[in-house]
Design a protein around this ligand. Structure first.
Ligand code: FES
Length: 138
C-alpha cells in the first residue's frame, strides 16, 4: 500500500507580531505536535508527516495538505497550532486513510475542521481516468 502523506507548512505564523529570535513559529509547533501524536496512532508505513517550507496560503496559516497518489488531495487552512486541532487532523487522517478514494462524510468531520477545508484536488489517477473516458466519447 502506498503511504499517505500529511504535508505541514513549518513556516506559517498566525500572529502579525515579529517572532522573537528563539521563538518557534506556529507551523513548526503544529508540525511537532502532529508528529508526536501521530507516532502513537499510525504505523510509519501508513503515514508520513512531511515538513514543507510553504504551501502558498501564507495569510491563512497554519496550513496542511493530505495527499496520496490515488486519492484526492485536501488543503486545510486557518489551523491553530494546538493539541485539539492536531487531534482533529489525525482523526481526519484516519478517515482519509480508511476510504479508498480519500472521501469522507461531512457529518463525521471533526467540528474543528469544518471551516478549515479549503481545497479538494482530484487524484491524478482520477483525472487520467476522466481523460480516457472523454477520449472514448470522441
Ligand atoms: S508560510 Fe505557511 S503557507 Fe506559506
Amino acid at each position: 500500500m502506498t503511504k499517505h502523506t500529511l504535508f505541514v507548512c513549518k513556516s506559517c505564523h498566525r500572529s502579525e507580531e515579529e517572532l522573537a529570535e528563539d521563538q518557534a513559529c506556529d507551523g513548526k509547533i503544529l508540525l511537532d505536535t502532529l508528529t508526536n501524536l501521530a507516532a502513537q496512532q499510525f504505523a510509519p508505513e501508513d503515514l508520513e508527516i512531511k515538513s514543507v517550507g510553504c504551501l502558498w496560503a501564507c495569510s491563512r496559516g497554519c496550513v496542511t495538505a493530505f495527499a496520496h497518489p490515488e486519492k484526492q488531495t485536501y488543503l486545510l487552512i486557518d489551523l491553530p497550532p494546538d493539541e485539539e486541532y492536531a487531534s482533529a487532523l489525525l482523526q481526519f487522517t484516519q478517515m482519509y486513510i480508511s476510504n479508498r478514494k480519500g472521501a469522507f462524510i461531512w457529518d463525521k468531520l471533526p467540528d474543528q475542521l469544518e471551516s478549515a477545508m479549503f481545497a479538494c484536488i482530484p487524484a491524478l489517477s482520477a483525472t487520467e481516468q476522466n481523460a480516457d473516458e472523454e477520449d472514448d466519447l470522441s
